[in-house]
Design a protein around this ligand. Sequence first.
Ligand code: NAD
Length: 387
Amino acid sequence: MVIEPKVRGFICTTAHPTGCKKAVEEQIAVAKSYAGKIRAGKKALIIGGSTGYGLASRIALAFGGGAATLNVMFERPAAGVRTATAGWYNTAALEERAREEGLYAKSINGDAFSAEIKERVIAAIKRDLGKVDTVVYSLAAPRRTMPDGTVYSSALKTVGDVFTDKTIDMRTGEVGEVSVTPATEEEIDATVKVMGGEDWADWIAALDNAGVLEKGALTLAYSYIGPTLTHPIYRDGSIGMAKRDLYYTAKALTKKYGVNARISVNKALVTQSSSAIPVVPLYISLLYKAMKAANVHEGCIEQMCRLFSDKLNVFDDEGQIRLDDYEMDEKIQSAVKKAWQAVRTDNLSEYADLDGYWHDFYRMFGFRADGVDYSADVDADVPIAEA
Ligand code: NAD
């Protein structure tokens, strides 16, 4: 079929297999330029490794570091007139390339929060890898279903007060105001359940119990801090409460299991998750403009290659890895702050990299890639051999 983008709100409901493959190949090329420099392990489990930071982690470890990678994801294959999700196509492309290069790369598709998927992963590790020495926890999920059927949904709200600030309608380029209402206690607790550290801890406990976790294994989860501008909605908001929980979980895991559990604070980037957060898309488009002008802009793959080559043993005062160092640089932040105050609908292009935002957005779903013939008939049904 001929596949076109269908954008609905923060999401594109179609994905293009050839375009996703191209994006994965570009990331592989970046990872390969780091060959010999990636200093992480050789057998990695990536939980949430089909898009965004998890996918880039997997590519950096596999194609930069020669690691065997097992990925857990929640993606949908093609069915009838529906295309598969981008994460499905990314994974198919990655695993095809890995096979060609003699690298082990398999996936398990299903709900990472469930005991069933944890058991399947453990069985696959026992059968194929023996043990893993690296566990990347890069889930970004809207909800979590508990064993008793209770469903917790994460909220992207403030804590305490209503927060009103600038926002942008990304479709029309109109700069306006948005008010974000505070989360209830219940919503905060639910957000911590979904995006906090409990499930990460469950994974490490299950792997350790099953004897498939290498002694002193590295385990990473990803966080975000950002400038004071976004603190009410991010760091001090309901998602921030979950990230705080993740931080304490890292400390607890290190103590309890003797693993090297770390939080890596990454840069704000356009991913399927970040586009849904109020205020953040405007911030990202101003940030892109400032970082590109200063020639320090990075995408997920550049961030993850820097993480695994240079940053694994460099910590801030709280023991966190800071990959947001270029973003938080004073010069960048002062440019973003000025832009934030000045930006209006009629001067948007002067301050915001809206084109860069949309370029990244469409590329996430395999669209707008150079050299791809989007009028060509493609087979949307791309198989993945699950572990
Ligand atoms: P993403 O949406 O691109 O990736 C999410 C991944 O989780 C996908 O592989 C998806 O298949 C998987 N997933 C979701 N629900 C699942 C489930 N129930 N079971 C199994 N797999 C599931 O998100 P991302 O932006 O790369 O976020 C990854 C992490 O990085 C998050 O912790 C996020 O907070 C953090 N982070 C993101 C940014 C940013 O700007 N995007 C910045 C710093 C930190």
